[in-house]
Design a protein around this ligand. Structure first.
Ligand SMILES: [Ca+2]
Ligand SMILES: [Ca+2]
Length: 165
């Protein structure tokens, strides 16, 4: 008996499990001691001290970060905002504030935060237009808003820019 074996070519789709290995960002070795007395979270966009529990006005938040050789958080990209946001549960001060002399918003790094940025929430920024008010920038709901710098908010510190290789 002749057994014909028919070879069927079967297209087999092998679905491999894709393992995402989340690497934290690479840090300049000089920066290894910065913020060492705080709980730091190393994410793909930066190293952060997330302070959900403390409500400070902008100047005190900025001073707190600086006293640990850190800066207030600078959201350099949409990606950074999205990566950091899940770790924050309240409004948080960023490093950006309005500079009356230059008539613009700037991050702590010196980079401009243009009025045309898509990060701004609807109708924001608006507090900077109020005479005599110092306006600082906080993040909430994946958007930025300005507000009187004296108001208390949560905040997040970050390693200074030069620490990121
Ligand atoms: Ca950053
Ligand atoms: Ca505002």
């Amino acid at each position: 008996m002749k057994c014909l074996q028919k070879m069927h070519r079967t297209l087999v789709l092998v679905i491999s499990a894709v393992i995402y290995i989340c690497h934290g960002i690479e840090i300049n070795p000089e920066c290894s001691q910065l913020g060492q007395f705080l709980t730091l979270t190393n994410l793909e966009t930066g190293v952060y001290a997330l302070r959900n529990d403390s409500l400070f006005n902008w100047n005190n938040a900025e001073s707190f970060c600086r006293s640990h050789n850190l800066t207030l958080i600078t959201l350099n990209s949409d990606t950074e905002f999205r990566v950091v946001w899940p770790y924050l549960n309240a409004n948080f001060w960023t490093s950006a504030s309005y500079d009356q002399t230059s008539e613009g918003f700037f991050w702590g790094t010196g980079e401009s935060l243009p009025l045309s940025s898509s990060f701004w929430a609807d109708q924001e920024p608006n507090d900077y237009l109020i005479a005599g008010r110092n306006a600082c920038v906080f993040g909430a709901n994946l958007q930025l808003s300005d507000e009187d710098c004296r108001k208390p908010n949560g905040f997040s510190c970050e390693l200074p820019e030069y620490c990121y290789i």
